[in-house]
Ligand binder design. Structure first.
Ligand code: NAP
Length: 325
C-alpha cells in the first residue's frame, strides 16, 4: 500500500509518499481501507521528532480516519466487511489501510459523508473526554475555549452551545472570530488586541468562567486562573507556548480551582474504547441532528501532505484539514 512516511525528523518536506507493507490485523482489530484522514497539531510535532508514536502504534502519522472495513480480526462481532466507519487511531491514518482495535471504531454519523466523517473522531473524543467526562461542564455554565477557530475549538463551540452553555472564545483575528460567532460562540475575544481576562470578568459580572479548555500553556496559565469562577476547572490539552512558568497559587486555593491535563493518544485501547462509546452515545446524536457540523477548511491528496502541514503550521486554517489517499 501507499503511505505518507516521515523520512527523517524535520520540516514538511520530509513527508513523502512511499510504498510500504500492508498492516496486519490482530485479534479484536478491524482493517480499514482509508477514504480520508485529518490533520492534528500532534502530527506536525511527530514529523519534527517531538511526539513519537506510543509503543505498538503505526510509525505513520494520522490519529483519525474514515473508510470501509476490509477485514475483521477474531472476536470482532460489531463490524463486518463493507461497513462504512470512522475511527480514533494511535497512528497510521496517513496510509491507504490501517488496523485499529474494534472498540475505537464508530459508525458514520447520520447525514455526514464518508470523507467528512474523518474530521470528527479526534476532536469529538478529545473534547468529550476532557470538557464533559473530566470537567463535567453542565448546561447553564460558562466555558472558554482558547483557539476557537482550531479543529478542537470549532467542534467545542458547537457542542457546548448545543448543550446550553454560554461559550467564550479567543482567536487571533476578526475573520476567525466571525466564524466562531457563526458556530454559536457568545463572546468572541481577539487575543491580539484585547486582554481576555478583563473581557471575561466584564462579561461575567466579575465572576469568571466555569471551565477553560487550554492548549496555549505557560503564557496563559496565570491568566487562566484569574479568569476562572469559584469551583472553576482548567483543562490543559497542550503547551503551544511552553510548559514552564511561574504561578501564584493563591487563586487555586481561594476559588477551589481544579487543574487537570491529559493526552488522548497515550491512553490504553480499553480507555479509548470507553471514550469512543461515550462519544457515540452523547455526541453522535447531536451530529445527526445537525447541531454539530463538520468544519473543513481544505482537503489535500496524500502527495501534497507537506503542503497540508505548512498550512496547519501557518495557522491560516479554520477548522480541520483533510488528507485523501
Ligand atoms: N491532549 C490531547 O489529547 C489533545 C488532543 C487534540 C489536540 N490537542 C491540542 O489542542 C490544540 C489544538 O489542536 P488542533 O489539532 O485543533 O490544532 P489547530 O487547528 O492547529 O489549532 C491550534 C490553534 O491554536 C491557536 N492559538 C495559537 N496561539 C494562541 C494564543 N496565544 N491564544 C489563543 N489561541 C492561540 C491558533 O489560532 P490563532 O491563529 O487564532 O492564533 C490555532 O487555531 C493543539 O495544541 C493540540 O496539540 C491535544
Amino acid at each position: 500500500m501507499k503511505a505518507v512516511v516521515i523520512t527523517s525528523p524535520g520540516g514538511p518536506e520530509v513527508l513523502q509518499v512511499q510504498e510500504v507493507e500492508n498492516p496486519r490485523i490482530a485479534d479484536g482489530e478491524v482493517l480499514i481501507k482509508v477514504a480520508a484522514t485529518a490533520l492534528n497539531r500532534a502530527d506536525t510535532l511527530q514529523r519534527q521528532g517531538k511526539h513519537p508514536p506510543p509503543a505498538g502504534a503505526s510509525p505513520y502519522p494520522g490519529l483519525e480516519c474514515s473508510g470501509t472495513v476490509e477485514a475483521v480480526g477474531k472476536g470482532v462481532s460489531r463490524w463486518k466487511i463493507g461497513d462504512q466507519v470512522c475511527a480514533l487511531l494511535s497512528g497510521g491514518g496517513y496510509a491507504e489501510k490501517v488496523a485499529v482495535p474494534a472498540g475505537q471504531v464508530l459508525p458514520i454519523p447520520e447525514g455526514i459523508s464518508l470523507v467528512d466523517a474523518a474530521s470528527f473522531p479526534e476532536v469529538a473524543c478529545t473534547v468529550w473526554s476532557t470538557v464533559y467526562m473530566m470537567c463535567n461542564l453542565a448546561s447553564g455554565e460558562t466555558f472558554l475555549v482558547h483557539g476557537g477557530s482550531s479543529g478542537i475549538g470549532t467542534f467545542a463551540i458547537q457542542l457546548a452551545k448545543h448543550r446550553g452553555v454560554r461559550v467564550f472564545v479567543t482567536a487571533g483575528g476578526e475573520e476567525k472570530l466571525a466564524v466562531c460567532k457563526d458556530l454559536g460562540a457568545d463572546v468572541c475575544i481577539n487575543y491580539k488586541t484585547e486582554d481576555f481576562v478583563a473581557r471575561v470578568k466584564e462579561e461575567t459580572g466579575g465572576k469568571g468562567v466555569d471551565v477553560i479548555l487550554d492548549s496555549i500553556g505557560a503564557s496563559y496559565f496565570q491568566r487562566n486562573l484569574e479568569s476562572l469562577n469559584m469551583d472553576g476547572r482548567l483543562f490543559l490539552l497542550g503547551f503551544q507556548t511552553g510548559a514552564v512558568t511561574q504561578v501564584n497559587l493563591a487563586s487555586i486555593f481561594a476559588k477551589r480551582i481544579k487543574v487537570q491535563g491529559a493526552g488522548l493518544r497515550s491512553r490504553t485501547p480499553e480507555n479509548k474504547a470507553t471514550i469512543v462509546s461515550e462519544v457515540e452515545k452523547n455526541v453522535w446524536p447531536a451530529i445527526a441532528a445537525g447541531k454539530v457540523k463538520p468544519v473543513i477548511f481544505k482537503s489535500f491528496p496524500f502527495s501534497d501532505a507537506a503542503e497540508a502541514h505548512r498550512l496547519m503550521e501557518s495557522s491560516h486554517h479554520i477548522g480541520k484539514i483533510l488528507l485523501i489517499p
